[in-house]
Design a protein around this ligand. Sequence first.
Ligand code: AMP
Length: 403
Amino acid sequence: MTFQPPKGTDDLMAPQSQAWREVLSLWDEWSGRYGFPLVMTPVLESTELFRRAVGDTTEVVTKQMYTFEDRGGRSVTLRPEGTAGVVRAYLNSGHQGAWKGAYSGPFFRYERPQGGRRRQFWQVGVEYLDVEGPAADAEVVELGYRYLESAGVPNLELLINSLGDSECRPGYVAVLREYLRGKEAKLGEDSIGLIDVNPLRVLDSKADQPVLVDAPRMVDNLCDACSRHFEAVKTLVEGLGVPFTEDHGLVRGLDYYTRTTFEYVGRQLDTAQNAVGGGGRYDGLAETLGGRPTPGVGFALGIDRIVLSVGELDRPYLEAYLVSETGPEDALQVASRLRRDGVNVDFDSEGRSVKAQFRAARRIDVAVTLVWKGEGEPIDVQTKGGRQDVPLEEVSDWFKERT
Ligand code: AMP
């Protein structure tokens, strides 16, 4: 077969997919615990939605979208991020008042593929809408942190900043632009190109950091309301026992953020791709999309990078393998009984020799091999520690006692 998956996409199967399964089910658990029910929106949206929401001058929109015309002549785009679609869905639903949603699924960006950077990648995230108080920011920030911590991301760090709002940001942007113009001789070409269109994004430039150390900072230019909000968020997050660092250079790649912005970093990963996720407040986004004013806060976490930083699980995906001495039809019945009792077990349906069945068990590296000898006979339960006879109806209890 000569077909390969498209560049920047991967096939994923056991045993690597086991870590994904665990990390994703942990996400369902944590997001549910914080009161975020599932929200599912289309993978395909109208192109205009992302142009408006994410911003026409952002890299995501100018360089990375998978955009094409469908057979009806509409311009559609494979979603590059989750917030735009969820906010659109919320506005369409007619729901009034505070609303929570958690998502999990594939996203697409046409990027140069490398470790931790794929063209199809998986994000989980939450959006908390129609809430403006700092407690909402703190709750969302905490959820992301607790989840990443329990997934086992090593050297987890949380960075927090405030980007101000429509009240104070324009003034700051003007001051920053002025400063950057004065430094043009020392800035890279990409940064110079951004001074007019989006000077905040220059702060993101890795190469130009030496020039930017003395740049004016948003935190010094926040209006009173933004400043109070930022202080309150920090106090609340601290009170939750979540450690963080203020990073005044933290701006994020999407234009819709206001006030609180944050990023989760796993220092284990190499520096270019060490962000495992990020988010913030986007109080103006709903209006940009033509909806009523709806403040909101959320984040997105990259599962590909979380799995990379956690490492592969060496646990096999099966608890037990059933070897049948009386053929596959009996094994089918016995396995069914065990599965309904909660045992995670597989068997050979092709009627191969007992020896071949034991080989299969070893290949999967199961901890327990169950040998079916025939009707009325107990199951011969084999582990590294030895073997014992257990009646079929007691096998599931044997597993429960074992853990
Ligand atoms: P963003 O939506 O750009 O704020 O990204 C949030 C998180 O999604 C990042 O921190 C990454 O973990 C993940 N992510 C974004 N783009 C990619 C990509 N091309 N490949 C893998 N993960 C990605």
